[in-house]
Design a binder for this molecule. Structure first.
Ligand code: A3P
Length: 254
């Protein structure tokens, strides 16, 4: 059955498997050529993983289908210059809510109203959206890192994929880039058993409750937030994001 609650490490609620492997995370030492993808949950982790692998494999579709995505990009907590990627907090909350409904390793999210409070308080797996995004944003000029936004990749995938390519020190031609754009589209990745998590047993991810590749759109929060929830969220957002100049206010602009 589902765990009744998450366990905490240094005040951050985590899934049991992550807590069990905590020493591996703490003792992780990067090699100078390692590429670390650091996403808040439900911000397009799988998407950027597939993009990075497609670039690494020079657009070779067959090579990218050699294994499921979780094996091609092991999670640091389960195995071993960061690339943070962010998605607007409201869509992220919606995506996380549906994910938590179907993910049997996480506590039941309760009603949408209940989950709204949980998400704002940061008592969700891997902690607060605000802490994650602010933490990376404040350090963005100090390290060699590429900050990506889900909304940007959605709007102009080729442009963003090119940015990742340059960051990785690669130079692929137009035709290869077009293949990568096509192969990493939501529609393709939803059909692809190597990316859609269909190989994960139903006792872990129950896709009959909500598919892992759920909608893949920008602005689905409008179908979930009430007017009052939205107004309150905007206020909290403004307060929490104070002191982070130039952080895109993409929540409000959508
Ligand atoms: P939705 O639940 O809004 O559909 P993560 O991989 O970090 O768990 O993020 C999952 C979210 O990214 C889901 O959002 C999923 O549909 C979306 N996603 C995955 N692949 C995508 C793609 N190729 N294009 C757009 N969205 C994608």
């Amino acid at each position: 059955g589902r765990p009744p609650q998450l366990r905490e490490v240094a005040g951050v609620p985590l899934q049991a498997a992550t807590v069990d492997n905590w020493s591996q995370i703490q003792n992780f030492e990067a090699n100078s050529d390692d590429l670390l993808i650091s996403t808040y949950p439900k911000s397009g982790t799988t998407w950027i993983q597939e993009i990075v692998d497609m670039i690494e494999q020079n657009g070779d579709v067959e090579k990218c289908r050699r294994a499921i995505i979780q094996h091609r990009h092991p999670f640091i907590e389960w195995a071993r210059p960061p690339q943070p990627s962010a998605r607007n907090a409201k869509d992220c909350m919606v995506s996380y809510y549906h994910f938590q409904r179907m993910n049997q390793m996480l506590p039941d999210p309760g009603t949408w109203e209940e989950y709204y409070e949980t998400f704002i308080s940061g008592k969700v797996g891997w902690g607060s959206w605000f802490d994650h995004v602010k933490g990376w944003w404040e350090r963005k000029d100090r390290y060699q890192l590429l900050f990506l936004f889900y909304e940007d990749i959605k709007r102009d995938p080729k442009h963003e994929i090119q940015k990742v390519m340059k960051f990785m020190g690669k130079n692929l031609d137009e035709k290869v880039l077009d293949t990568i754009v096509q192969e990493t589209s939501f529609e393709k990745m939803k059909e692809n058993p190597m990316t859609n998590r269909s190989t994960v047993p139903r006792s872990v991810l129950d896709q009959s409750i909500s598919p892992f590749m759920r909608k893949g759109t920008v602005g689905d929060w409008k179908n979930h937030f009430t007017v009052a929830q939205n107004e309150r969220f905007d206020e909290i957002y403004k307060k929490k994001m104070e002191g982070n100049p130039n952080f895109p206010n993409f929540c409000m602009e959508l």
